[in-house]
Ligand binder design. Sequence first.
Ligand code: GP9
Ligand code: MN
Length: 434
Amino acid sequence: KKTDIQKVLSYVDKHYTDADAKYAGIAKGKNVFVIHLESFQQFSMNMKINGQEVTPNLNQIYNSDSTIAFDNFFNQVGQGKTSDAENMLETSTFGLPQGSLFATQGNDQTFQAMPAILKQTEGYSSAVFHGNNASFWNRSNVYKNMGYQYFFDASYYDTSGDKAMGYGLKDKLLFNDSIPYLERMQQPFYAKYITVTNHFPYSLDEQDKDPNFTTTNTDSDIVNGYFETNHYLDQSIGEFFDYLKKSGLYNKSIIVLYGDHYGISNSENKYLASVLGKNADDWNDNDNAQLQRVPFMINIPGWHGGGVNHTYGGEIDVMPTLLHLLGVDSKKYVMMGQDLLSGKSNQVVAFRDKNFVTPKYSYINETIYDNKTDQAITNPTKSVLKEIDAAKQQVKEQLSISDDINQKDLLRFYTPSGFKSVDASKYNYSNGLA
Ligand code: GP9
Ligand code: MN
């Protein structure tokens, strides 16, 4: 077991990327909002339908020079879906090859996660706001092991009648009804909001539809509904930003927004093709892979060095990127990802099934694709093969090291210097801020 963790630590050491001085610590001491955009994909950004923007508020954030936005950022979830995304963002390790880590191992897993690290290094308090029940994805147990101080789940809000649907409290109400709790939190805080309204099957109550927004007219109700719930989610973000600005919290905070995974499944993508200006007839596996892009943006009010960054990366890379922005020395933490702003990340994006995407090529179900032409390379040259083989090795190693850590609970055997193990019994989520 000692040798297992040694292997992990030498991997971590070899893959560590130093912060770029341009970004190191630019958000030090700020409150952090992490806004989880449920099932939200990158293609909706800046998209217009019938001349209207689907997500005008998110677009404004995306296009702002106070925002670092990524347009080659991929979701890397497996069967754990939302819970895998959360796990990657909080720990920079992957979900499991099968099932959900949260659900199967969350009760007594050893985590060295964002809330505990930020508490211990910079004195942050922490909370999750979510309109579903605490037991979904076993969150209440996992969050305690991650060191979350508060979890404001469905029981903290009025979810009666038409205030909730599908997976819980509607997003506009989640943001609005969380304010009394948020305002009592000690600053600086790390606050995560998990939205739910933009979740399959993408239906909205009539009164939640914007009469000024008309969606697509494809043969798929899923696709047409998707843009409507995208638009609702976007409005909820707009309302929350209005509140942040009015309350003065905005200038003391940074806001991280990310999409957790696809909303439109591969089988439905042919209906999406026409909306994206593509041909459904020659749709291939690489088209599906390229659609695994989701937003990742960091809005830093008062700072103006932003723009759209084209670095390839994924959810596994958020934690190292964020820690450096917050001025936290991250070298001693066990992370499978790399700082996307370091300029030194390897840009090989692993999917949970070992397929992968790089800036030049994609490797999907044993086929190599050229990203310039989107066509399969049937007779790869020696040099292409060499590049692909090297990337294949990297992906295999990254996933297997991550699985070793999680399946064997290896962090039991390693405590970063100065880090105090989380004591889950300290947390009780039923009494809020009392
Ligand atoms: C429910 C939500 C949905 O609480 O987070 O999870 P998903 O179905 O997307 O994994
Ligand atoms: Mn989800």
